[in-house]
Design a protein around this ligand. Structure first.
Ligand code: ADP
Ligand code: MG
Length: 390
């Protein structure tokens, strides 16, 4: 299963070849993530429940004797060069380098002095598939540019989020960067996106978490994502009009929502129903995981998917097909879309003995229906970002 894993030592060789340098770069790693439940709840200051992945972005960095930053991405096969003193006034280029330059600008704004360096980037997180290659890139870049200097981990996550939302132009919540920084082997991270606190929740051992890539990139998702952010704000406004002092959908309980929902216009009402019920599902899922109740975990997966499909309207034909095919399969506890929506991946809770069969069945059915071959990723909860010994 899964893509070919990156070996850090190989990144050093690639760095030296690319920059024609004998330098010994330091290598930093930041993982992608798969969100198990709690979709589009982060920017509504609610709860999310991701795991960090073994798949990660690696950044090799070494100083140079001049004030130039050269950044190369192997995945984009593209280089960007910028003078250190031009970083604070750099403008958005509308491409991959925005994530790295955005991070550099945030570090400078936080008082970190940067110097000339060569930066080599390679990732085995699939790009644009809902497994958060973007946060992996931001956090690995932040760690690399910081080097041995200390920064509070939560500040690293926050500056990655600012780089993405304010510089790269994607109005994301904090989940992806948080998961990339705080990941832990064997555990999911239940994050409260308002207090920015988290609990580690150990996951049952006798279930495999399998992500299935629809091979449809979620590129169209950016404008719809903005729409959803705006629709949630409209819902908050409508709830406030009913006389309740709420600041975000996090403040709206299911009971309150059911009482006042008729006062909320129909589209924001459906969006709010997703967010409010999804917050509750995260809490229920965490209890079910603690109780080792795989059936309940699976039930909540499917309820979450239906909520995204019908109320939040962020699924797609391909994703619904993958979910509906998976949940008919014996040994599958539950299946749902993960990530921002409009393509990307599903995530599935599967009895280990059933994984091979599920994979064969989904490949056959998906090829027959869409003429595309899905990719499968074995998602073991992995550690968060840091330097790697290469
Ligand atoms: P996701 O985070 O789900 O993978 P996004 O659309 O948020 O999807 O981010 C994908 C974008 O992040 C890519 O289109 C690219 O611009 C950038 N990106 C991520 N990883 C890399 C990388 N290793 N090299 C270059 N660009 C990257
Ligand atoms: Mg992303």
């Amino acid at each position: 299963m899964s893509t070919l894993a990156i070996v850090p030592r190989e990144i050093i060789t690639a760095f030296r070849e690319y920059f024609r340098s004998e330098a010994k770069p330091q290598v930093y790693r930041a993982p992608g993530r798969v969100n198990l439940i709690g979709e589009h709840t982060d920017y509504n200051l609610g709860f999310v429940f991701p795991i960090a992945l073994e798949m990660a972005c690696y950044v090799a960095i070494a100083p140079v004797p001049n004030e130039t930053v050269r950044i190369y991405s192997r995945d984009s096969d593209d280089e960007v060069t910028v003078a250190v003193d031009a970083l604070p006034s750099a403008v958005r280029a509308g491409k991959w380098s925005d994530y790295v330059i955005g991070v550099a600008r945030e570090l400078i704004a936080a008082g970190t002095q940067l110097a000339g360096c060569n930066v080599y980037i390679a990732s085995d997180v699939p790009l644009g598939s809902g497994l958060s290659s973007s946060a992996a890139l931001e956090i690995a870049s932040a760690c690399a540019l910081l080097g041995p200097r200390h920064m509070d981990p939560i500040d690293i996550a926050l500056l990655g989020q600012r780089a993405e939302s304010q510089f790269a132009g994607m109005p994301c919540g904090i989940m992806d960067q948080y998961a990339s920084v705080f990941g832990r082997e064997g555990s999911a991270i239940q994050i409260d996106c308002r207090s920015l606190e988290h609990d580690y929740v150990p996951l049952p051992q006798d279930v495999d978490i399998v992500a299935v890539n629809s091979m449809v990139k979620h590129e169209l998702g950016t404008s719809a994502y903005r729409d959803r952010v705006a629709e949630c704000a409209a819902a908050v406004e409508a709830v406030r009009h009913t006389g309740h002092d709420v600041k975000s959908l996090r403040d709206v309980s299911l009971t309150l929502f059911e009482r006042i929902q008729d006062s909320v216009p129909v589209v924001p009402r459906r969006r709010a129903r997703h967010v409010v019920s999804e917050n509750q599902r995260v809490l229920d899922f965490a209890s079910a995981a603690r109780d080792h109740n795989l059936r309940e975990m699976g039930r909540l997966f499917v309820a979450s998917h239906r909520s995204m499909q019908y109320d939040y309207e962020i699924s797609s034909e391909e994703i619904d097909f993958l979910v509906d095919t998976a949940i008919k399969h014996p040994g599958v506890y539950g299946s749902r879309m993960t990530g921002g929506g409009f393509g990307g991946c599903t995530v599935n809770l599967v009895a280990p003995h059933a994984v091979e069969d599920l994979r064969n069945e989904l490949t056959r059915a998906y090829q027959a229906r869409f003429g595309k071959t899905p990719a499968f990723y074995d998602c073991k909860p992995a550690a968060g970002a840091g330097r790697v010994n290469a």
